[in-house]
Design a protein around this ligand. Structure first.
Ligand code: NDP
Length: 276
């Protein structure tokens, strides 16, 4: 599996499993756990989660999915902004580790910029890294101005920025993605299927038919074709987890990429970063 390098030099896989909406409802738990375990069996090398998802419920399912495995995937989790003070970040990370029953998170992100001063959050990230509880840290939902604020901090250049980016929401290509590429910071594209909405576009279906893949595979393959971009589709269905994994085998010709640009035009100017 291809990977990207973080500024620290460590590698992050380009593809993983999302977990938003998991762990919210006990009746769906078994199906969600099964989908995650199946994804790991197929070879998905990364799981993205957060303390917010199911208020810890998603991280507990991740813990169950990891249990008994000889090797574990790359784990990304996130701290709530209201917990992201100096001591709050450390306590939140420790709770996440406990729920997932692991001793280190590979990439720990500030979920979005809230009331806490990022100086404090980053200081806590450095402490967690020094203690071996996280390997790398980063942010989420940061636009260019936020990234510049973070980069100005002492040791503030961070590992990644997870943002809304997909064929139907290409705003980050105008300024954020180039800013990050210049500094070798991978962009983690969340909601790569626009939460399913993208898959109902007739133009995507038509182009997927031309390639001989499904619309979801085309949407994911397009993201995977962007240098410095990592993505994390979520599905609680075995069939769709398998279908999405097939995106790794889809090759896009320059002509097809141009057709996608016509159907889903890149931004012509600055668009404020969208957030779900
Ligand atoms: P996605 O774009 O991954 O879409 C998920 C939705 O699409 C689900 O309803 C899923 O349903 C459905 N789906 C998945 N695969 C297919 C398929 N092949 N065909 C048809 N439908 C499909 O949205 P998410 O918002 O979940 O984003 C992915 C991940 O990114 C999240 O799970 C989370 O980990 C992260 N994220 C981070 C955010 C942040 O602020 N940092 C914000 C939002 C997401 P089903 O499960 O029934 O298959």
């Amino acid at each position: 599996m291809r990977s990207c390098n973080l500024p620290s030099g460590s590698a992050i896989p380009v593809f993983g499993l999302g977990t938003w909406r998991m762990g919210e409802n006990g009746k769906r738990r078994a199906v969600e756990l099964d989908a995650l375990k199946y994804g790991l069996d197929l070879g998905y090398p990364m799981i993205d989660t957060a303390e917010m998802y199911g208020e810890g419920g998603a991280e507990e399912i991740v813990g169950d999915a990891l249990s008994g495995r000889t090797s574990r995937p790359y784990i990304v989790s996130k701290v709530y902004p209201h917990n992201a003070t100096r001591s709050g970040t450390i306590a939140a990370c420790e709770r996440s580790l406990k729920r997932m029953r692991i001793d280190r998170i590979d990439l720990y992100l500030l979920h979005w910029r809230g009331g806490a001063r990022i100086e404090e959050t980053f200081e806590a990230f450095h402490r967690l890294r020094d203690a071996g509880k996280i390997a790398d840290f980063g942010v989420s939902n940061f636009d260019v101005d936020d990234m510049e604020d973070a980069a100005r901090l002492d040791k503030g250049l961070n590992g990644s920025n997870q943002v809304l980016y997909c064929l139907s929401r290409r705003g980050p290509e105008f300024d954020l993605l180039p800013w990050m590429r210049k500094r070798s910071i991978p962009l983690m594209a969340y909601s790569p299927l626009d939460q399913g909405g993208l898959l109902r576009k007739a133009s995507l279906q038509k182009l997927a038919d031309e390639v001989g893949c499904t619309p979801a595979q085309l949407a994911l393959a397009w993201l995977l074709a962007q240098p410095g971009v990592v993505t994390i589709p979520k599905s609680a269905s075995r069939d769709r987890v398998k279908e999405n994994f097939g995106a790794l085998d889809v090759k896009l010709s320059p002509q097809l990429l141009a057709e996608l640009d016509r159907a889903f035009p890149p931004p012509k100017g600055k668009q404020p970063l969208e957030m779900l």
